[in-house]
Design a protein around this ligand. Structure first.
Ligand SMILES: Cc1cc2nc3c(=O)[nH]c(=O)nc-3n(C[C@H](O)[C@H](O)[C@H](O)COP(=O)(O)O)c2cc1C
Length: 328
């Protein structure tokens, strides 16, 4: 276990990604209780909601958990105040540069790890003095950069001398083993936890994730400038059509697209609305086969990772001492 994970006191180096609208205090606590580290997604929620979720998490677990702070939120200052008051163990950040809040959080004992989509961003964050970074590839559900996890993680690991957690396209023990092989100290998973029994998302959303195949996501927002990976459904297809139409026209006014996207994650999570809801999920959704408890997810993932890493399976493949056909 790396010193950073030891500081967090986790049994397993496995974070549940902070997901706006999805990851509340109940989901985060269920993952922390299972030996990973749950993260509340504060998104654009007011500070009072974040405080409520922190209180819920504290009532359900004595273990460490985190809060994901969306730096573009209009409530970011108040959310940071709540996090400082509650002495939250870990803050992950999205959409920007957390350096303004760094000293205050770190002096309060909070570990700060921004989510980064590129080497340049990772280097900038490391220079600012963050405790580690979460290198997130574009296979991920939700807002994404443009580089795959496989290519991004080793390049970030080489570029910075702080711990790197890998995210994007990881949903089982094989993904964990691969991420550790690339130099990460642990992983963050989002999509696999969407169907946790502790996840609040609407049954239609859970069913859509369970039904999804490898090719069932698409990326919206590339032209608008907020790329996001979502499941294919009437909403995402309409969004993409409109976005493309505007991009190919003489206007640069994307307000109609932005209006279409407004509140669409909320409609997916709370109402399961296939017509107007954005069912954010990653390319790895095809591996998610059922609804199960966070404990079963964490144990299943870690058991498989341990089996792969402890055995000589991989080394044997290199030295030709294994019947590859039989393995397959
Ligand atoms: C529905 C959904 C909402 C998300 N919201 C956020 C968010 O608010 N902030 C953030 O940093 N990451 C967010 N993410 C990304 C996750 O925290 C995590 O890094 C990602 O899901 C990992 O990739 P995977 O989906 O392939 O497991 C979101 C992901 C999903 C699926």
């Amino acid at each position: 276990m790396s010193p950073l994970m030891e500081r967090l006191g986790v049994k397993y180096p496995l974070f549940q990604g902070g997901m706006a609208w999805v990851a509340d205090g109940k989901l985060a606590a269920s993952v922390s209780e299972a030996g990973g580290l749950g993260i509340i997604g504060s998104g654009h929620a007011p500070a009072s909601w974040v405080k409520e979720q922190i209180d819920i998490a504290k009532s359900l677990t004595d273990k460490a958990f985190g809060v994901n702070v969306m730096l573009l939120s209009p409530f970011v200052e108040q959310v940071i105040d709540v996090i400082v008051d509650a002495k939250v163990a870990l803050v992950t950040t999205g959409a920007g540069d957390p350096s303004r809040y760094l000293e205050r959080l770190q002096q309060n004992g909070t570990i700060v790890m921004p989510v980064v989509p590129s080497v340049a961003m990772a280097k900038r964050m490391a220079k600012d003095g963050v405790d580690g970074v979460i290198a997130e590839g574009m296979e991920s559900g939700g807002h994404i950069g443009s580089i795959t996890t496989m290519a991004l993680v080793p390049q970030v690991v080489d570029a910075v001398d702080i711990p790197v957690v890998a995210a994007g396209g990881i949903a089982d023990g094989r993904g964990v083993a691969a991420a550790l092989s690339l130099g990460a100290i642990g992983v963050q998973m989002g999509t696999r936890f969407l169907t946790s029994t502790s996840s609040r998302i609407h049954q239609n959303y859970k069913d859509a994730v369970i039904k999804a195949k490898d090719v069932d996501t698409l990326v919206t927002g590339l032209y608008v400038g907020h790329a996001a990976r979502v499941l294919k459904n009437p909403m995402s297809r309409n969004f993409l059509k409109l976005e493309k139409k505007i991009a190919l026209s003489d206007t640069t006014d994307f307000s109609a697209v932005e209006e279409l996207g407004n509140g669409s994650l909320r409609k997916a999570v709370l109402e399961g609305d296939r017509e107007h809801g954005s069912f954010m999920a990653g390319e790895i959704a095809g591996l998610v086969k059922r609804e199960e408890s966070s404990e079963d997810i964490v144990e299943d993932v870690m058991r498989q990772a341990k089996e792969i890493l402890a055995g000589s399976k991989m080394a044997a493949l290199l030295t030709g001492q294994v019947d590859v056909q039989a393995q397959a």
